[in-house]
Design a binder for this molecule. Structure first.
Ligand code: SAM
Length: 242
């Protein structure tokens, strides 16, 4: 099952995929962070999510899960991903400094080895006070002995955010950043999986780099956007067309 975008809950959809069929996982789940306390997250007031939206989407879909809920969700995804990945395959998951200490040991306990902490330097500070945020984290875990296919990338990657005027998803990640990650951990002709595909940025990056992809996204509107973006993306090259 290659070059598909499946609509649904990734916990269910991952179970439909075959053992040892995936070369790398690169995914950007909801962060469920932002400094709100657990009660506020339960009330779904964090990150500007209104109660009306919460009722429509449920607790699962947005950034309003408790820390325990997110750890449970991502560990479940990690367990399935471990089954799907070939030996030496990598599992890269975006998070922030606040959730890293909760997620890293939980994900490692699914069978992976913690390999690295990759820092995305967004090159400009975000809003806030004191030490204003400028980076996000990618937790890199590996199944067995790691296999790498490109040694030109350091563990601090500088890439500008997607401009708010251009982005199709509130938390859209730059295709160029995703392409750099994918190149290091995916063999020629390999298959990249993103269980939280959003508007399809990982899938676009995979296609552009000449890889196959499997995307899963729960929100049908984003699935449609991802289909359009992937359809329009050039295959294997042409950076300026992104
Ligand atoms: C942080 S966004 C990903 C954005 C993506 N990287 C992009 O550039 O567009 C996370 C996505 O995961 C989806 N999601 C949340 N829970 C999910 C679940 N259980 N199964 C599948 N998708 C889910 C959300 O709808 C959201 O679009």
């Amino acid at each position: 099952m290659n070059n598909v975008i499946l609509q649904g809950d990734c916990i269910k959809k991952l179970k439909e995929l075959n053992d040892n069929s995936i070369d790398s996982v690169v995914t950007d789940p909801p962060y469920c962070s932002g400094g709100f306390n657990e009660t506020q997250k339960r009330m779904a007031k964090g990150q500007g999510i209104t109660y009306k939206q919460f009722k429509k989407t449920g607790w699962f879909i947005n950034d309003n899960m408790t820390t325990g809920g997110l750890v449970w969700l991502l560990r479940s995804v990690a367990v399935e991903s471990f089954r799907l990945l070939k030996d030496g395959g990598s599992f890269c998951v975006f998070t922030d400094w606040r959730m890293y200490p909760h997620l890293a040991p939980a994900l490692e306990s699914s069978g992976f080895r913690l390999q690295n902490m990759i820092v995305w330097n967004k090159s400009q500070m975000g809003l806030g006070r004191g030490f204003r945020p400028q980076h996000e984290i990618i937790i890199h875990l590996v199944k067995g002995k790691p296999k790498f296919y490109d040694n030109k990338t350091g563990n601090v990657i500088t890439e500008k955010r997607v401009s708010p005027t251009r982005r199709l998803h509130q938390t859209e990640k730059p295709v160029q950043l995703l392409a750099k990650l994918i190149r290091v951990i995916t063999p020629p002709g390999g298959v990249v999986l993103d269980p939280f595909a959003g508007s399809g940025s990982t899938l676009v990056a995979a296609k552009r780099e000449g890889f196959s992809f499997v995307g899963i996204e729960r929100d049908p509107e984003y699935v449609e956007i991802a289909h359009i973006r992937v359809g329009e993306a050039p295959k294997g090259g042409a950076e300026d067309a992104i």
